[in-house]
Write a protein that binds this ligand. Sequence first.
Ligand code: ADP
Ligand code: ASP
Ligand code: MG
Length: 859
Amino acid sequence: MPETQPAHWVVLKFGGTSVSSRANWDRIAAILRARCAEGLRTAVVHSALSGITDALIRLMDRAQAGDAETEVAGIVARHRELAAALGIDLPPEVGQQLAELGRVAGGIALIGEVSDAVRARVLAAGELMATALGAAFLNAQGLVTTLVDARSWLIAQPVRGQRPSVLSASCGSDPDPALVARFAQLPGVILTQGFIAAGEGGQTVVLGRGGSDTSGAYLAARLSALRLEIWTDVPGMFSANPRAVPTARLLKSLHYDEAQEIATSGAKVLHPRCIMPLRQQRIPLQVYATQAPEHPGTIVSAEPADSGARLKAIAIRKGITLVSMDSPGMWHEVGFLADAFAVFRQHGMSVDLVSTSETNVTVSLDPQANALDSGEVAALVEDLGRLCRVRVIGPCASLSLLGRDIRAIIHRLGEAFELFEEQRIYLVSQAANDLNFTFVIDEDQGDRLVALLHDLLIQAIGNDPVLGPTWEQINVPQAGVAPRSDWWRARRAELLGLLDGRDAAYVCELATVSAQARALQSLGSVSRLFYAVKANAQPEILRCIAAAGLSFECVSPGEVLRVRQALPDLDTGRLLFTPNFAPRAEYEWALGQGLQLTVDNLYVLREWPGLFRDRAIFVRIDTGRGHGHHQKVRTAGTQSKFGVPLDEATELAEAAAEAGARIVGLHAHTGSGHFEIGAWVDAAEVLANVARHLPEVRVLNLGGGLGVPERPGQAALDLAALDAALGGFRAAHPQFELWLEPGRYLVAAAGVLLARVTQLKGKGELRYVGVATGMNSLIRPALYGAWHEIVNLTRLAETPAQLYTVVGPICESGDVLGHDRLLPPCREGDVLLIATAGAYGAAMASHYNLREPAPQLVL
Ligand code: ADP
Ligand code: ASP
Ligand code: MG
């Protein structure tokens, strides 16, 4: 390009997963070479390696207890491994930062706390180390690169009405000719850190979690760049989080407002603050996937491809706390709202959604914007209590329907509202900008409702300018996730043979059940394992699990009898009985049988005391739902029918003593099918706390809930990490044995449902494929919005080319096994396979419509 012409800048931001592997760095180098070949100048902003910011946060938490060594070692190892993979020496800056981290950890241990200023410095280390590696690699590849410290060009500015924050700083975004001139002098690619900036006094500040996107936007705005390219691990912004909703569609083109609204409502792919600087200067934003650069991605600009009224996305934010304020005299009372909001202001809490009625005002507090620890919420409640009656509700999720002119399409949401029939909606809000409609509901219902609402409401029109292909259709490779090796692919011919002469069948591979049982036996920290029979009570499965050495947990006399029939010689000591709201006679029967009983209500001890005299029992405790810093502020478990609430722990000890019962074990169940290791440890800690009132407790039964991957790209539960975490708990509390009660984990992946194609139909844009059995065999999709992988087993080798809605023969519009499934063109008589159906499939089947559910066969 001639020297006299001003350079055209493009800013490229690469996220954590994008900069964590050699394969991606080779792609980054190729992308930069391509931009240079077009005569553009490139400025790269990038994040810390994936997971490093989280590790730095853990480091600071652990350092307060003087035990940060393993965290530091892990961070050192990650950077050394990447340097080795990139074929470069560890740059000196990285060595310095690592040494500094060790020193800061020592300092934190001495003082016992971390100031915000220190926190910002520690967090900044992640980006400083990663960019040193990135610049060294690009230079080694012969791509001249200049590393510029972000603190030399990005300075925090106070924002009117906001407290200055070193952890969530804001900066200016006006065009900056001096910066353009400075960068124009520097050779090659400019590479700088995302997320970090300098405070007005020169100290290090950061822009809030996920803030590297915003660094990219500031730089693009300041350089008046042609565009900002955000390179991440998904090929664009989707109509829902594609990892949770695989049928989410690519949003090909969005207006700034819409992207802003989607990001603010919870879609983590863009930091909410990155849109404004671009919008002000009409700089377009492109979102691309680093591991699949050929995909067209999403473009965000002032000229979207469509401006009609329609829904485009559904987003969810979790960890929301609601504050409900009741005051009978509030109606028409002058100044109540002003007084109440003044209290929020005094506590530095920013309010998100608001809804009002004659006597109540309810507001939501977003964890992104507020440090919602129990102490702060309690102090707020105390001060508000002087004005009105206050109730704190949480953890909640806010679920937002996002699009344009939402008011014009409210009439189409009727069916969606039916989904909420069984759910408490705590707050509804329709944004004044008409871009969103938000419901606040219980957090644990959120994911299910997102999937259901998405399938119901986000529908493409022919040749749609906005809604592109689904996540599944694009099917980009995912970092760190091995392709699935499902047993049923290898046994296709046998499966098809089994279905000869039948229309449908469940088939369970016992070898998979045994393999799962063996995997669980490797948990050295767990003393006993019980299979939750309710997941699947098929006799051959029960025998297979008994042979692997596991015991059984039953929730009804029927389940106990089933186990006894399948395994007549089983020792009674290998059976647990955990009824819930069952009649008195069942407890009498179980105690008469000598079964180890778990009670979950003080009622049975108080009202039927004679039953329990001299009995050794377990008690199920409701530990409150969810985890993390919200635990202490929630109205523990009032929504859940299970377990004795924590605030009845002292009464529990009294009621047991009066009944003459000995409580020898405590039980908790942390939720189903999840992967959060911390959840089991939290539950153990809570139970250990309750056990302080109950000196005879020897066993903590942590229930089940061990997740099984169901979706493409989902990683398996890390059993070794679970074992290590529980091992840590046991070392600290050697007086307790730990038990687990997995159900799904043992049988889900072992079972598939096979069903023959009956009929096909096209209706508008939709193609339906009908199969011979539906919700009468597998109710999970209809009941929970559960997602099961579906393939055409007959045509497994053919290319999937058509999107189908897979339906059963039941007279019920909810009889859908899967929406928008990509399959090869299906024909009558083909066999579809519905995967991961071994748990709660046959077990929950019904005879609805007097159609027999699919029989269970084993391999
Ligand atoms: P990076 O490290 O590149 O900044 P992030 O993890 O911050 O990446 O953001 C990318 C992730 O955002 C995706 O992996 C995806 O799971 C999540 N996400 C949530 N909602 C959406 C959405 N509507 N569209 C695309 N991705 C989404
Ligand atoms: N590394 C920072 C974080 O994880 C910033 C970013 O990745 O955008 O929050
Ligand atoms: Mg991000």
